[in-house]
Ligand binder design. Structure first.
Ligand code: SF4
Ligand code: SF4
Length: 201
């Protein structure tokens, strides 16, 4: 069992449904994005086009963030998911410096409500009260909480209207078949062995 994702760039329309679904599920503070989509304009008229690239933590097999963490707050589960134990994180940010993918965010402890004009927390934020600790690092957990409760899916892949984000066991024949269609990983020069693959447009 080795969880990961194949992202089909030919299917991504840059709608950011995945970004919103991740925010909704995890209630990440304002300015923290575990799931992102970067859209750029490529080429020249009349062949110009928009290219959208969804990203998340790569849950690397050779995770440098795990290697540099002095307190073992960052660790890898047996199913390949890289986690952060916020109770053990001392906020040294070695992992942020080491990660080649900018997949981690430090919580400076500012007021990060999305709705400062409202009195008190809104239901969305209060449902996740205490989930984020000031002075610690967070990142995508590949919906490990859902997996542990028996729902083997991620919020981002479920929300994607074009099925561009395909989550699953990388060892399965279905995922292997997708990877064989020419999938590549980001920054192979870093030798981190990402568990997130991209199919070219
Ligand atoms: Fe660690 Fe960065 Fe790889 Fe995620 S993408 S496992 S944070 S090195
Ligand atoms: Fe792309 Fe799917 Fe995310 Fe929309 S939801 S931006 S199509 S990956």
């Amino acid at each position: 069992m080795h969880y990961g994702m194949v992202i089909d760039l030919g299917r991504c329309i840059g709608c950011n449904a995945c970004t919103v679904a991740c925010k909704q599920k995890n209630a990440t503070p304002r300015g923290t994005f575990w799931c992102k989509v970067t859209t750029t304009e490529e080429g020249e008229y009349p062949k110009a086009y928009r290219k959208s690239v969804p990203t998340l933590c790569n849950h690397c097999q050779n995770a440098v963030c795990v290697a540099v963490c002095p307190t073992h707050a960052t660790y890898k589960r047996e199913d390949g998911i890289v986690m952060v134990d916020q109770d053990k994180c001392i906020g040294c940010r070695y992992c942020i410096a080491a990660c080649p993918y900018e997949a981690r965010t430090f919580d400076f402890g500012e007021d990060k409500t999305y709705f400062p004009e409202l009195e008190g927390d809104n239901p969305y934020e209060s449902a996740h009260e205490g989930a984020f600790h000031a002075g610690t690092v967070s990142k995508c957990i590949l919906c490990s909480d859902r997996i542990d409760s028996g729902d083997v899916s991620t919020a981002c892949s479920q929300a994607c209207p074009t099925h561009a984000r395909i989550f699953g066991d990388l060892d399965s024949p279905e995922m292997q078949e997708l990877i064989r269609r020419g999938a590549y990983v980001m920054r192979p020069d870093q030798r981190t062995q990402p568990a997130v693959y991209y199919l070219p447009r």
